[in-house]
Design a protein around this ligand. Structure first.
Ligand code: SF4
Length: 545
């Protein structure tokens, strides 16, 4: 990936080109609708999906609560299996570690498995600065790299490209990176895949160093796990002599039994497959099998700060399935580039501002890149309440009082005072009703709010006056058949749920899942201590290698 997200303008400005590009919008619409429809069918096949979802959520919450303990357990297991663990507090440190490890091998090139973590830290650019070339081997990442482009989707980084565009990129750019595209290459999927296969095969066979991420790490055995669909990952993980894996600290799960849940939810929620075509696992090193040397770089880069936020920490449950992108009406219209991050769409709008902070223009604008429709929450296989975090982050941005928020804050403060003083509120309502004939249809000075919608017309009398006249003391002069104050039914409260998906577990009879979703011994008691202790796991750098 040679493009960069640095210095991006705020989200609204960055979307302008995208929404004006009919080809891009058609590509995005076609791709997101196809994937989301397939995913819905794959998920509907499982009658215990709701309980799997709940199990995944609880496993992740439990692990994050005791992250300090599980990371240390993982480090011990990896070391015992012959691997070397490194702790990186931020992107610069992770890049320094990886570049140093590659240089120590004497090699000047590496092959890469698709990895969000390495994109997050800008590893390719950091390696290039050290004279090391990183070759992306995932098909979509290859298209992005050859096109000097940036990824625009977590799972399908080249979702913004159609077949004709990909054919042109292969034809024009492959030769500069290795084996050229075949003469007369067409845009049929078979020919494009074959061109990529031939181009990559020589790199797999030549490379001495592989770089990967991991979807999960199993603490009890020190095992790393990669899910992929093309087999390129298997090549990168097994053929090179040295393997370096850069993995976010939140990717650890305690046991293989926990992994079982995600083996079911991740493929269905991402590629709509019942199981993953290639699930590669590796534990340290083994004589005569796979890489001779294995390094695991555990990456913090803002994760412990995110963990310290009681509302925002749920973003760390994310398993990067990308289902939330495919249902998001905003993402569908603007694509991924406008988010200015390797994590686009709804998850990017809550994860990136937490990992990077909200100081830059683009990061401060991301929590607003949503209609808050809640579709992302409904499909999330680990039940991350993305709208809740978006609102929470908007509050954080507004509290900083950036441009555009001072007026909003003053207005909310005034509204707070009025709502605190019922007499003032009633007087204001009456004045507003009596002057309604001269109200403008737009709010002066707030054109962006009312540009596309009219202010609602106020009623001729405030509701409180109408109520006093018509309903007080059980009267029903309006003849509506309703007497007395209306109370909410107790049943309504009893049935209320914060799970807007309607996918709540119906019972706890299935022992297997219940085991996995249940609190573990010491969970509650250790909550606070665990959270405090796990706030700075990346500070454990004493034993760095
Ligand atoms: S937030 Fe949920 S739906 Fe979105 S990528 Fe992460 S796990 Fe998938």
């Amino acid at each position: 990936m040679s493009g960069t997200f640095l210095g991006m303008p705020a989200f609204p400005a960055a979307t302008r080109d995208a929404v004006a590009d009919p080809t891009l919008r058609a590509n995005l619409r076609h791709a997101t609708h196809t994937i989301r429809d397939k995913r819905a069918k794959a998920v509907a096949e499982l009658d215990d999906w709701a309980r799997l979802r709940e199990a995944g959520k609880r496993i992740k919450d439990h692990t994050l609560r005791h992250l300090d303990r599980y990371l240390v357990q993982l480090e011990e297991a990896v070391t015992a299996a012959g691997g070397v663990v490194h702790w990186a507090a931020d992107a610069a440190e992770a890049n320094r570690i990886v570049a140093g490890l590659v240089k120590a091998t004497g090699e000047r090139e590496v092959v890469k498995v698709k990895s969000m973590a390495t994109q997050e830290i800008g590893l390719n650019e950091a390696l290039a600065a050290e004279g090391i070339t990183a070759y992306e081997t995932d098909l979509a990442e290859l298209i992005v790299q050859l096109g000097d482009d940036r990824p625009s989707h977590i799972l399908v980084p080249a979702i913004h490209r159609n077949r004709g565009e990909i054919r042109d990129i292969f034809r024009d750019r492959m030769a500069a990176w290795g084996r050229a595209a075949p003469e007369g290459l067409s845009d049929t999927p078979g020919e494009l895949a074959e061109a990529a296969r031939l181009h990559l095969r020589e790199k797999f066979l030549r490379a001495k160093v592989g770089v990967s991420g991991a979807n999960f790490m199993v603490a009890e055995t020190g095992t790393c796990v990669v899910f992929e669909s093309e087999g390129n990952g298997r090549m990168c993980l097994t053929l090179p002599e040295t393997l370096i894996s850069v993995v976010g600290i939140e990717k650890v799960v305690p046991t293989w039994r926990d992994l079982e849940v995600f083996l079911q939810t991740l493929p269905r929620s991402s590629t709509a497959e019942r199981m993953n075509p290639y699930t590669s696992t590796w534990t340290g090193t083994h004589d005569g099998d796979g890489p001779r040397v294995f390094h695991l770089v555990l990456l913090d880069n803002g994760r412990t700060d995110t963990l310290a936020d009681e509302v925002g920490r749920q973003a760390l449950r994310c398993i990067r399935c990308s289902a939330c992108l495919n249902v998001c009406p905003v993402y569908e219209r603007v694509g991924g580039h406008a988010y200015g991050s390797v994590y686009p769409g709804p998850i990017g709008a809550i994860l990136t501002p937490q990992l990077r902070g909200t100081e830059s223009e683009i990061d401060a604008s991301l929590p607003y890149a949503s209609s808050l429709c809640g579709a992302c929450y409904d499909v999330c296989p680990v039940a991350i309440d993305i709208p809740e975090v978006l609102v929470h982050l908007r509050e954080r941005v507004a509290d900083r009082g950036g441009k555009g928020h001072r007026l909003e804050k003053a207005a909310i403060k005034a509204a707070g005072w009025v709502f605190d003083h019922p007499r003032a509120l009633a007087a204001g309502e009456r004045i507003a009703s009596r002057t309604r004939a001269v109200h403008p249809s737009r709010i002066p000075g707030a054109g962006a709010w009312t540009e596309g919608r009219d202010l609602p017309v106020l009623p001729s009398e405030p509701f409180r006056d109408w109520w006093r006249k018509n309903r007080r003391n059980g009267a029903d002069p309006a003849g509506l058949g309703v007497r007395g104050p209306v109370r909410a039914s107790p049943d309504a409260d009893a049935g209320r749920s914060d799970d807007r998906s309607g996918e709540r577990p119906e019972g706890r009879s299935a022992a297997r899942l219940d085991d996995q979703v249940g609190d573990r011994p010491g969970d509650r008691a250790a909550d606070r201590a665990g959270q405090r202790a796990s706030e700075k796991p990346a500070e454990r750098k004493d034993g760095d290698v």
